[in-house]
Design a binder for this molecule. Structure first.
Ligand SMILES: Cc1cc2nc3c(=O)[nH]c(=O)nc-3n(C[C@H](O)[C@H](O)[C@H](O)COP(=O)(O)OP(=O)(O)OC[C@H]3O[C@@H](n4cnc5c(N)ncnc54)[C@H](O)[C@@H]3O)c2cc1C
Length: 433
């Protein structure tokens, strides 16, 4: 995304009414914040450069509503506990968008994680979910391995199972945006934020309309282009631009605080055959990373990779090597299915925003960070996050917004009981995970 304002354009600025809060970005987090803000009686405007909500990271995920079993390896117990709590709430509030499924973890002689380690991890996972007796986890008897969808049994030592949930990430995001709109939030699509100013306790956010952005791209005579800009005003500003968070932050003059981030690309492939009705969680034969094989819309979803991006998030694109890595993974677990390049019907990639730290991408924190500016009162930037915990993140953030616009915190209304209506795709007229 290019946020650089061009100086050579004449500007017709449409001035808009002031609201309490402006949210930049209509991904799952921006929509969640809009929902929680509007539910609490604050006026909110959401500015999104795409034509609909959830078209970036929030539609390119692994589509799991999960506690994050592997985060136990980095001792992120509070994150896992919060994710599991949010999973329960989503199963209650959005039953048509989130469903439980069985996950299998095969352990081979060559597996990095031992049987004992996986078993202890699963028992802890169940415990953190309130399942004290570990009823949701267990081990498949060797005599029953042949019932496991032609899973490779060479050197197989054990197969564990546990429960987690799947969703349709984009439909979930759309359902949250619909809920936010019903509560009074105003969404503006096809508008790209170009400048941010702060004066007299108020933010002025100027956007360019998409039509004009496209016109500019096509125009060779840029100096003669008239830009229709629109200005929005609010006391509080939330930067929920996902992997573009720092690109947005750089619009502040003087500069605003930013966190150092790593942009990590994750690629998925969809193959045309249904390997299983259940989910498999395995280790890549290349490097031992955890990768999923999931049923998805009558087909199978395999992912993901983790590749550090050196350019901007907009440069994210699957490489041949990443696709080959995922194919090697599925071929290793289900060799008799003969899955090859010819079976691939879709490839998609998303970008994780991880806080820079020590170690490899796998060990970087998956926690969401809300950065509250000390220089700019009422300005908040959101770093990282998960689909699963969008609601909890929104709740933490809106409590801070509340204080910044002078409302009393004891009046805060939680979103934990708001139901999400299914989003129906009018073109296919059905919803299937
Ligand atoms: C490969 C991968 C797999 C994942 N799997 C899972 C999973 O299985 N489960 C899970 O819980 N989480 C998962 N996640 C994490 C989850 O998908 C993300 O944390 C979440 O979608 C981020 O949402 P967001 O709203 O912060 O960002 P986004 O969805 O990227 O939204 C940001 C929005 O800001 C808009 N924007 C940016 N700049 C501007 C501008 N200048 N003007 C106007 N609009 C702008 C963009 O157009 C975009 O719509 C995964 C992430 C990745 C990358």
């Amino acid at each position: 995304m290019n946020n650089a304002a061009s100086n050579c354009h004449r500007s017709n600025i449409i001035e808009n009414n002031c609201s309490d809060v402006i949210v930049i970005g209509a991904g799952v987090q921006g929509c969640g914040i809009a929902q929680a803000t509007a539910h609490n009686g604050l006026s909110v405007q959401v500015l999104e450069s795409n034509a609909a909500p959830g078209l970036e990271t929030s539609s390119n995920s692994t589509k799991l509503i999960h506690g994050g079993l592997r985060y136990l390896e980095t001792f992120s117990f509070s994150l896992v506990k919060e994710c599991l709590k949010e999973r329960r709430l989503l199963l209650k509030n959005a039953p048509s968008l989130v469903h439980v499924n069985r996950f299998y973890i095969p352990i081979y002689k060559t597996s990095k994680r031992s049987r004992l380690m996986v078993y202890c991890g699963l028992r802890l996972y169940a415990l953190l979910d309130g399942d004290w007796l570990g009823r949701s986890v267990g081990c498949i008897k060797k005599a029953n391995w042949q019932s496991l969808d032609a899973l490779n049994t060479d050197n197989l030592k054990a197969v564990f199972y546990y429960q987690d949930s799947q969703t349709h990430d984009q439909y979930l995001t759309k359902a949250i945006s619909k809920s936010a709109q019903q509560l009074g939030a105003q969404f503006h699509f096809d508008v790209q934020v170009r400048s941010i100013n702060f004066a007299n306790g108020e933010y002025k956010v100027t956007v360019a309309k998409k039509q004009n952005i496209d016109n500019q791209k096509n125009s060779k005579l840029q100096n003669n282009t008239t830009e229709n800009l629109e200005a929005f005003y609010a006391k509080s500003l939330v930067n929920a631009a996902g992997p573009w968070v720092n690109q947005l932050s750089r619009l502040f003059i003087p500069a605003v605080e930013m966190l150092a981030i790593e942009l990590v690309q994750g690629v998925h492939i969809v193959v045309d055959c249904r390997i299983s009705e259940s989910c498999y969680y395995g280790e890549s034969p290349d490097d031992g990373r955890a990768v999923f094989i999931l049923p998805w819309q009558g087909k199978t979803l395999i992912g993901t990779t983790e590749t550090i991006l050196t350019a901007s998030a907009s440069s994210c694109a699957a490489s041949d090597e990443e696709i080959a890595y995922l194919l090697r993974f599925v071929q290793c677990y289900f060799p008799s299915k003969n899955i090859s390049q010819d079976n691939i019907v879709e490839v998609f990639s998303g970008v994780r925003t991880l806080l820079r730290g020590e170690g490899d991408t796998n060990s970087l924190s998956r926690e969401t960070r809300i950065l509250a500016s000390t220089q700019y009162p009422g300005y908040f930037a959101l770093y990282g996050g998960k689909l699963t915990v969008y609601r909890a993140t929104s709740e933490h953030l809106v409590k801070q917004i509340f204080k910044s616009v002078g409302h009393k915190l004891e009046n805060y209304k939680s979103t934990r009981n708001i139901s999400l209506e299914p989003f129906i795709d009018k073109t296919s007229n059905h919803f299937e995970v």
